[in-house]
Structures are given as C-alpha cells and as structure tokens.
Design a protein around this ligand. Sequence first.
Ligand code: URA
Length: 205
Amino acid sequence: KIAARASPGPDGPATPLEALRGEVAACRRCPLHGPATQAVCGEGPRDAAIVFVDEQPGDQEDLSGRPFVGPAGQLFDRALAEAGIDRGGVYLTNAVKHFKYEPRGRRRIHGKPDPGEVRACRWWLDRELAALSPRLVVALGGTAAGALAGRAVSVLRERGPARFGARAGFVTVHPSFLLRLPEAARQADEYRAFVADLQAVKAAA
Ligand code: URA
C-alpha cells in the first residue's frame, strides 16, 4: 500500500495540501521511512508566492515534524529576514520527506539522499507544487535543484534564475553549505552572496 487516505476534517473534505500531508505520512515509496521518526511535510500558506525547496529533514526536523527548524533553518531564517522576506508568508518544503541518516553512537549523521530516493519522493513534491500556485520556486542546493529540474544540476554553474519545466525558478546554495565553510571570512562572503540571492528572489516573485 502506498498511501493512506486523509480523512475529511470537521469542516468538510480536506484541502489538497491537508490530504497530501496525511498521504505522505504513510509513504512507503522508498526505504527511508523505516528508520525515520516521521515524514516532514512542507509548511506555509497555500497562496505563497515563493516556495523554497530544501534537501531533506535533518535530525531536529525529523523529531519535531517541521521543516528547517535546526541550525541550517535558523541560518536560513536570519538570511530571509535580512532579505526582507517574511518566513510566515512563504512555503518551505524538502525534496525528500524522510530523514536519511547513519547512526553513530548516540548521534545521527546526515546521509545524502541518492537519486532513486529523490526520484521516489518527486511524486510528493510534484503534488505539493500542484496544490500551490507559486510565482517562483527556489531550489536550495543541488539535491533540490536536481529534483525540480529532473536532471543533475551544478549549483556553482547554474546559480541564479532558472526554469523548472513551466515554472519560474531560482537556484542557490543550501544554508548548510555556509555552516560547513571553515573560514570565518569566506563564510561572511558567502552569507552575503546568499542574502543577495534571496533579495533577487524577492524582487522576482
Ligand atoms: N536541511 C534541509 O534541507 N531541510 C531541512 O528541513 C533541514 C535541514
């Protein structure tokens, strides 16, 4: 069985996004659901002009069930605020809805989703985007860009305005790239470039 049916809410049938939430929770399209605590669905208003697509939930997202609440999410929030974008007004989701990790002692180390897992989860991303009507879809990092474009994408080469099929898009780095940079000076430069990308996103949406 692939997905459970979402039951109608107290006020009538579930909206497409609510229904999707229930279905994603029961997803067995790839093995990642096994070790994960729960699927993490997108979050934000249905009429959001901008949809941000990240890679996959991390440790804290897996535990809380909400996207982008851990260290990368906090950096993203800061950059969004600096670019003048209200997080409550945008829709945030992940290309892959379950946390992929390797247990190491008591820690869970992030594992990059492979192309098969990204392809399996694209089923949900397509439905999520169809239930929204964004003016711009922003890929944060190569996994999201690859999922949206349906091919491998080099963020270095394709950073900036993009098309994802019929949709207007934008490719930029994943915030965890900034967190991994060893030198403070490089980190500050890259952070400024990321905020500039978000300002361009705001202007384009
Ligand atoms: N990294 C992501 O790509 N998404 C999250 O929700 C958290 C960390």
